[in-house]
Design a protein around this ligand. Structure first.
Ligand SMILES: Nc1ncnc2c1ncn2[C@@H]1O[C@H](COP(=O)(O)OP(=O)(O)OP(=O)(O)O)[C@@H](O)[C@H]1O
Ligand SMILES: [Mg+2]
Length: 287
């Protein structure tokens, strides 16, 4: 295969299947050396190839854990996850992950950071052209030679997205990718993600705390919730979002879905959760 045909090959979006996924973590103490806590239990979800699915849920309910399991960064204690019908492998090469913070190497240029995503064994010429194309896609061509400290948070996050796309992932796993950005940059990044999905129609699993972001970007929104206060979380609602992207943020239809999802999250219609004022963003407690 020539370098050019390697560049032209579109990423093949993959389907993802979660069948009865459970994850328990050890919470052993001196008195209870074998104690475990179920974080996830019986998670069932089929994500179609090319679909964008947003995962929302209260802090600590297991969203990141589920995403890590989908990428083979963690393993379920029960059930299984498959990609295109085959079991997920350790650090599955069919997936790429993007996090809340861009995690760029400070001593490398933006272009070289993006190039870190290129899989080993890719022909050098093809790899460089692919990196350049993705840098252009995320609007960083003029800044490709800068170091991470010389670019804004939004630009760094765009570089991280391009780095993830270099892997030509069948499934892109994004864990609150815009959570650290200001509101305006966040809206721009949401538009960028829609453009990226149009140009590189990969499957996207997006964990977000922002119900509006979920409704703007996703084909379906999955609410993870516990049925008992200390119990494990599972899928409690799946909402299919009507209309094509980009959607009208002010539509009455989306407002109704927003209210329904906020209700599922335990946030009342005035946006107050656990005594914390919040409009549509769920309070986030990093640990
Ligand atoms: N490696 C681990 N060992 C023990 N417990 C863990 C581990 N990873 C996660 N947990 C626990 O599992 C629960 C779910 O964590 P997870 O990070 O998946 O939540 P989350 O829904 O992504 O939360 P947030 O919205 O705050 O990011 C938490 O109670 C966390 O303490
Ligand atoms: Mg998380």
């Amino acid at each position: 295969m020539s370098a050019d045909s390697a560049i032209a090959a579109p990423p093949r979006a993959a389907s993802v299947g979660f069948s009865d996924v459970g994850r328990a973590f050890s919470i052993r103490s001196r008195r209870k050396p074998d104690a475990t806590r179920d974080v996830l239990s019986g998670v069932r979800l089929e994500v179609g190839a090319g679909e964008i699915v947003a995962i929302i849920g209260a802090s600590g309910c297991g969203k990141s854990t589920l995403l890590r399991i989908a990428g083979g960064l963690d393993a379920p204690t029960s059930g299984a996850v498959s990609i295109d019908g085959n079991p997920v492998r350790h650090f599955d090469p069919r997936t790429a992950v993007g996090f809340q913070e861009p995690r760029l190497l400070p001593w490398r240029s933006i272009a070289d950071n993006v190039a870190l995503g290129v899989p080993r064994g890719t022909p050098r010429v093809g790899a460089r052209q692919n990196v350049d194309r993705l840098i252009e896609l995320v609007g960083l061509t003029e800044s490709a030679g800068l170091r991470p400290r010389e670019v804004s948070g939004g630009m760094a996050q765009r570089a991280a997205l391009a780095r993830a796309l270099c892997r030509r992932p069948g499934v892109l796993l994004l864990d609150e990718p815009f959570g650290a950005l200001d509101a305006l940059t966040r809206l721009k990044m949401q538009d960028l993600l829609i453009d990226i999905h149009t140009a590189e129609p990969t499957t996207i699993l997006l964990v977000t705390h922002d119900v509006d972001e979920a409704l703007q970007l996703a084909d379906r929104v999955v609410l993870l919730a516990r049925s008992e206060p200390e119990g494990p979380a599972s899928v409690s609602q799946i909402v299919t979002v009507p209309g094509h992207r980009p959607r009208d943020r002010g539509s009455a239809e989306l407002a109704e879905l927003r209210a329904r999802l906020l209700d599922g999250l335990g946030v009342d219609r005035h946006g107050t959760a656990h005594g914390v004022a919040a409009v549509t963003t769920i309070p986030h407690y990093p640990y």
